[in-house]
Ligand binder design. Structure first.
Ligand SMILES: *Cc1c(COP(=O)(O)O)cnc(C)c1O
Length: 355
């Protein structure tokens, strides 16, 4: 990989007010690009002004969908520094996604350094205020022109940055979940454990249907028997049953979330019994009926912790934690966001300074 070249944007935009940011609506002044070809490998690492890409209409990403992406956040600490949360895990996961999708991996060290340089350049876009952050979206697409069906020989790696507002503008609160019993998101041996656009494309219809019925997300069941819990929306999912926390094991069809890993770590530190295993949806509703389903929550970079207050499966509906945020969900949320924002001590070395 060669030296990073920087072309500055001479036409900088102002950042919108922090309370109007939303999610992924505004983009910063610069982006990071790098090209891949079989002959040259990864080359031409560069920061350029943010703007449209120019691609041949036959570029294979449009037809056969070779794409992988990542999502992570940069936070402004009370001292005014900018920090990332476990970014080396994102790059490792991106490389794992690349392997599954037949795409070339990246050299994590220099790429992370270049991402930090990009953030440093657009540092004015890292919003202040609790809950606000700069969302970082690295992604890779197949750019080779031609409709032949095979793994492409040319790719582009791109990183864009978007300032995002607080996920919970009115405080952390529970959502209603629809247990999807018609469509499935992924199967073992498929691409469920890769962070790739196709998994999202195949899930959007179910999500729209659920929204129409007044639910905010779907809970995905396994693709074979539609019996075992996988994920909720694009988050990993945890349940507290009778004092013990359970989450689906990484079986090959779910994504290995970094928030999931961090939650498991904290629970073990706190001495709370936790199991990664197959969880039947019937088992869960049975626990709910007995009054033993104490809490449920999704985990992911965007929401960090998303408590689940109600769940509907076929003709059955249960309320969890009285439709309120459970004590453990709240504690995890406070601890994780405190570490991420640089407000709490970081005993696990999870923060990564941008400069
Ligand atoms: C990104 C993602 C997650 C959450 O991963 P984090 O690293 O915690 O943000 C969970 N499930 C799916 C399908 C995802 O794409």
């Amino acid at each position: 990989m060669d030296q990073l070249k920087i072309t500055l944007n001479s036409n900088k935009k102002p950042m919108p007010p922090a309370d109007q940011l939303g999610f992924g609506r505004y983009f910063t002044d610069h982006m990071l690009l790098m090209d891949y070809s079989e002959e040259k490998g990864w080359h031409d690492l560069r920061i350029v002004p943010y703007g449209p890409l120019s691609l041949d209409p036959s570029a294979t990403v449009f037809h056969y969908g070779q794409e992988v992406f990542e999502g992570m956040k940069a936070y402004r600490t009370p001292e005014g520094n900018v920090v990332l949360f476990r970014p080396e895990m994102n790059l490792r996961r991106m490389n794992a996604s690349c392997v599954r999708m037949g795409m070339p991996g990246l050299e994590a060290g220099p790429v992370l350094e270049a991402i930090c340089k990009l953030i440093e350049l657009d540092e004015a876009w890292v919003p202040e205020g609790e809950g606000n952050s700069l969302y970082i979206r690295p992604f890779m697409i197949a750019t080779e022109a031609g409709l032949g069906v095979r793994a492409a020989r040319e790719y582009q790696f791109i990183v864009i940055l978007t300032p995002v507002g607080a996920y919970y503008s009115e405080g952390i609160h529970p959502v209603r979940i629809y247990v999807e019993d018609q469509y499935v998101r992924a199967v073992r041996g498929g691409t469920g454990e890769a962070k790739t656009s196709g998994n999202y494309a195949s899930g959007l219809k179910a999500q729209e249907d659920a929204k129409q019925f007044g639910f905010s997300q779907v809970l995905w069941l396994d693709g074979v028997e539609k019996k075992y819990i996988e994920e909720v929306g694009s988050m990993n999912v945890f349940f507290k049953v009778n004092g013990k926390v359970v989450t689906p094991e990484l079986s090959g069809s779910i994504l290995a979330g970094i928030t999931r890993d961090s939650v498991l770590h904290l629970l073990r530190e706190w001495g709370i019994p936790v199991e990664e295993r197959r969880i039947g949806i019937d088992e869960l509703f049975e626990a709910g009926r007995r009054g033993e389903l104490e809490e449920a929550f999704g985990t992911g970079t965007a929401a960090v912790i998303s408590p689940i207050g109600w769940m509907k499966w076929e003709d059955r509906e249960i309320e969890i934690s009285g439709g309120k945020t459970g004590a453990l969900s709240e504690k995890l949320y406070n601890e994780l966001t405190g570490i991420q924002r640089g407000v709490f001590r970081d005993p696990y070395g999870w923060r990564h300074a941008v400069k």
